[in-house]
Design a protein around this ligand. Structure first.
Ligand SMILES: C[S@@+](CC[C@H](N)C(=O)[O-])C[C@H]1O[C@@H](n2cnc3c(N)ncnc32)[C@H](O)[C@@H]1O
Length: 220
């Protein structure tokens, strides 16, 4: 079964996963969510050299928002994405984002590398570095005290509970540098308590098009 294309409310596309039956990004706006939730809430948009660890690279929407921002600001991006169930390269091509010239060229390289293999995907250039590890995060060894931002973006805890579990959250805490922010669209009480239990400071913040999002940070 192939994913179904969905045009979100800001006009940007996403997909609905055939097994999980959830959209890869917010139905209120895939591009809006990538920018407002993941890029800005983690303050990546003002970081001088962001290092982002993402749980669920998916369609690379959040990567593209970070790339576009970094290229506009002239700062290097280091992005480490984890993805257990990668989509086919052709399907990745269905999901466009409004990128400026340099970012569009890098994304074309990502798509070519995705189609060609080998895996993990590693791409480097004057813009920075992208590595996508095609691994299940419940089994992954994250780098320690590495990330300036963590994008926690699996499917929802209701249908995909494993990546939200305490063992993964503990490893994410260890992967964060002191002061690093974590952002996620879920505001489940159990998740917020689990984030606090592993050491993060946690807050619920107003979301765009939905009631709230969660932001957490590793204390200094
Ligand atoms: C909501 S989508 C992510 C959208 C993505 N961040 C983007 O910007 O396009 C969730 C993604 O998490 C991936 N995923 C789910 N469980 C996972 C796991 N245990 N380890 C790694 N990736 C996982 C799914 O395959 C899917 O691609």
């Amino acid at each position: 079964m192939r994913p179904e294309l969905l045009i979100t409310q800001d006009g940007s596309p996403t997909l609905v996963h055939p097994h999980f039956q959830e959209a890869y990004s917010s139905r209120y706006g895939a591009w809006t969510q990538a920018n407002a939730l993941y890029l800005r809430l983690t303050r990546t948009h003002e970081h001088p050299s962001p290092r982002i660890l993402e749980v669920g690279f998916g369609l690379g929407m959040n990567f593209r928002a970070a790339l576009d921002s970094c290229l506009r600001r002239g700062v290097p991006l280091d992005y480490l994405g984890y993805e257990a169930f990668p989509v086919e390269a052709e399907v990745l091509g269905w999901v466009e984002a409004p990128l400026t010239g340099g970012a569009a060229r890098v994304w074309a390289e990502v798509r070519a590398a995705w189609a060609a293999g080998p895996r993990p995907l590693v791409l480097e250039g004057g813009w920075g570095r992208l590595e996508v590890r095609f691994e299940d995060v419940t089994q992954a060894a994250f780098p320690r005290e590495w990330a300036s931002a963590i994008y926690l973006d699996p499917f929802s805890p209701a249908v995909n509970p494993e990546p939200w579990g305490l063992p993964v959250l503990r490893s994410l805490y260890a992967a964060a540098t002191p002061g690093a922010y974590l952002a996620t669209y879920s505001v489940a009480g159990r998740l917020r308590r689990a984030l606090a239990a592993v050491g993060f400071e946690v807050e619920k913040v107003p979301g765009v098009g939905k009631k709230a999002w969660t932001r957490a940070w590793r204390p200094l």
